[in-house]
Design a protein around this ligand. Structure first.
Ligand code: ATP
Length: 234
């Protein structure tokens, strides 16, 4: 399986403080990769580098086999990369329908965008006229995912999907994420707390202080290491 997204030896810094010390990650089509680790480990920074929002100080970013190191976020988005940031990135004062309508900038027709959104997330159809800020947290996350899907992404980057949501809601969202991946999308998910995403992840990497300490299938060894990490940092 050829990789859709690859980070090779990525280092990144804020001012002169290095926070990523050579991160290697690969996500293939149809694959869910979980990037886990404690607060401040550099997970969000990794996604920012992958989306071109924050520069790598060294290392390479490869998208669909093409070296795109240093490319602008807009160009990466055009090449099929979609970041759904922490905090969901929906417009709270606009209705669900208008949040979706804005995605017609991609060139897709409104009807098509709504069909994609409402087929995957039927509850959004019921809430179409409601302002996004009045949706439940889980529904807002669905709307953010639906907006992302409107871009027809090849690679989806998700930051802390579970933030502030009840475990059952998170489990349902991750079922949807698994289905999105099954349609061929490469999905890189950042989570601080692992349990929710490990159920659907094909591969997991544990980031600690800017270094990947372990990566592999989300097996018992990895789970044990994660629990000792979080107990140790509590
Ligand atoms: P969290 O789960 O708390 O968001 P994280 O693993 O996503 O953590 P990052 O947000 O990537 O971690 O942060 C990694 C390190 O970089 C932290 O020490 C953080 O304080 C620092 N950092 C992040 N953003 C900035 C910034 N804009 N300017 C300076 N330092 C930053």
């Amino acid at each position: 399986m050829s990789a859709l997204l690859e980070l090779r030896g990525v280092r990144a810094a804020y001012d002169r403080i290095t926070v990523l010390h050579g991160v290697d990650l690969t996500v293939g089509p149809g694959q869910v990769v979980a990037l886990l680790g404690p607060n401040g480990a550099g997970k969000t920074t990794t996604l920012k580098v992958a989306a071109g929002i924050h520069p790598a100080s060294s290392g390479r970013l490869v998208l669909g086999g093409r070296d795109v190191t240093g490319a602008a976020p807009r160009d990466l988005a055009r090449a099929g990369l979609c970041l759904i940031p922490e905090g969901r990135g929906v417009f709270p004062n606009l209705s669900v329908r208008d949040n979706l309508l804005m995605m017609t900038f991609t060139g897709r027709a409104r009807e098509e965008i709504e069909e994609i959104a409402f087929t995957r997330f039927p509850v959004l159809a019921k809430r179409a006229g409601q302002t996004a800020g009045t949706l439940s947290g889980g529904e807002q996350q669905m709307l953010a995912l639906a907006r992302g899907l409107a871009t027809d992404p090849a690679v989806l980057l998700l930051d802390e999907l579970s933030m502030g949501l009840a475990p059952l809601v998170v489990a349902r969202l991750y079922e949807q994420v698994a289905e999105i991946a099954a349609s061929g999308v490469a999905v890189l998910v950042v989570e601080q707390f692992a349990a929710a995403v490990l159920g659907i992840a094909d591969h997991a990497a544990v980031l600690v202080r800017g270094r990947i300490e372990r990566q592999g299938s989300p097996d018992d060894g990895l789970r044990a290491e994660l629990s000792s990490l979080y107990l140790g940092s509590a």
